[in-house]
Design a protein around this ligand. Structure first.
Ligand code: HEC
Length: 132
């Protein structure tokens, strides 16, 4: 199923990554997917940011849980905010729109693997971890 179809067919707050960020085979694949989709062009090859928000710090613009990240990457900033009436709760050094990827990714498992990899580059404090 495409990420966009998953987002549109499941209730907000219920999505959870089926993959573990401690499974290196999965996260290695996830990093390749991330690079293949050119996420690195904005977030950097190691997720540390650049022209866009870093994925490695404790600040999450709309929240850091699996459901929020999956929907944000799928819908992009504009649709995400519209659909869920969301506002930025965290402020990163760079503020801009995240483009929608929900139609470009042909299978949701690829997005989950990329998110699993993003978990591996995160360097925040344990008490700030909002996923499993
Ligand atoms: C054109 C530049 C661009 C590309 C390409 C891009 N992003 Fe983003 N991304 C952004 C911006 C800008 C934001 C902040 C959105 C906001 O503030 O509304 C963001 C936000 C995010 C966030 C939330 C970060 C936080 O701190 O809350 C994640 C996770 C993310 N992007 C993952 C990805 C993934 C995975 C890809 C590839 C599939 C990707 N991005 C491709 C620009 C980009």
């Amino acid at each position: 199923m495409k990420p966009i179809d998953r987002v549109n067919s499941t209730e907000k707050g219920t999505l959870k990554n089926p993959y573990s960020s401690t499974d290196k085979a999965i996260t290695d694949e996830g990093h390749k997917i991330y690079m293949g989709l050119s996420c690195n062009g904005c977030h950097g090859g190691g997720g540390g940011g650049g022209m866009c928000p870093p994925l490695t710090n404790e600040t999450w613009v709309y929240g850091g849980d699996d459901d929020t990240l999956f929907r944000l990457i799928t819908l992009g900033t504009q649709e995400y905010k519209k659909k869920y009436n969301a506002t930025r709760t965290g402020t990163e050094s760079v503020v801009g729109p995240m483009p929608p990827f929900g139609e470009l990714i042909d299978d949701e498992t690829k997005l989950w693997k990329a998110i699993a990899w993003i978990r591996t580059v995160w360097g925040g404090r344990a008490e700030k971890k909002v996923w499993q």
